[in-house]
Design a protein. Structure first.
Length: 228
């Protein structure tokens, strides 16, 4: 189906561009889903006389925002709201709508496995199905500095896994197959912020040796996937 062409009119058009800067009574033309031209409404409306005009002249129009590394759907809800597992997805929906109201129209969401919530990527896909936002998912592993280090993955959900399983080829393959990031398809996390102070300087080496990281990378590369 051909995308409809149209012209946007804005009372104030913020371009974040050195050439155009901010244009009062500004306009831009969308052709085949792409911004084709930017300028004064008086000039573009004359040039594209037959094009449909979407009039937002009472509003400020700005570029949309992309947040490419978020935990909005999995970890954030229980940190912000007094929710239970059964209401967790409601919290996810609320935070997605808050992101939209802030001008964010695309997210890169990390699914790492959560100790209290056993939802999968498919569950989160259902949440966003009818929401006007683009979300791509990266399934990851994560280690959390509880009194005893606990390890999770986006494949095994709320179940802790042994440290050795962070290298398990079946788990890594599951992460590879379910990750959608176009560039950095996976994050293997040893995040210092998740650890107690004594462990912070050595967070990375506690989890992986250089040889283990090379092994993980080789598995991703053998499946023609990049690794971040």
């Amino acid at each position: 189906m051909k995308i409809k062409d149209y012209l946007i009119r804005a009372g104030k058009l913020v371009t974040v561009n050195d050439k155009y800067k901010t244009i009062y009574d500004g306009s831009f033309v969308v052709i085949d889903g792409m911004i084709n031209e930017v300028g004064d409404y008086s000039l573009l409306s004359e040039k594209y006389k037959r094009m449909e005009v979407l009039d937002f002249s009472d509003y400020i129009v700005t570029p949309s925002l992309v947040d490419c590394h978020t935990h909005v759907m999995e970890y954030a809800p229980s940190s912000i709201f007094p929710i239970t597992e059964s209401t967790h997805l409601m919290g996810s929906s609320t935070l997605i709508l808050e992101a939209l109201s802030s001008g964010i129209t695309a997210l890169g969401e990390q699914i790492c496995g959560h100790p209290s919530v056993n939802y999968t990527k498919d569950d989160y896909l259902k949440v966003i199905k009818d929401l006007p936002i683009d979300v791509v998912f990266s399934l990851s592993t994560i280690s959390i500095g509880l009194p005893e280090l606990a390890h999770f993955s986006g494949i095994t959900g709320s179940y802790t896994i042994l440290k050795e399983m962070l290298l398990d080829e079946s788990i890594l393959k599951g992460l590879i197959e379910n990750s959608e990031y176009p560039g950095e398809n996976i994050f293997i996390n040893a995040t210092p912020a998740n650890f107690e102070e004594a462990y912070v300087p050595r967070a990375g080496e506690i989890i992986y040796t250089q040889k283990e990281l090379e092994h993980i990378s080789s598995i991703f590369h053998s499946h023609n996937k990049k690794i971040g």
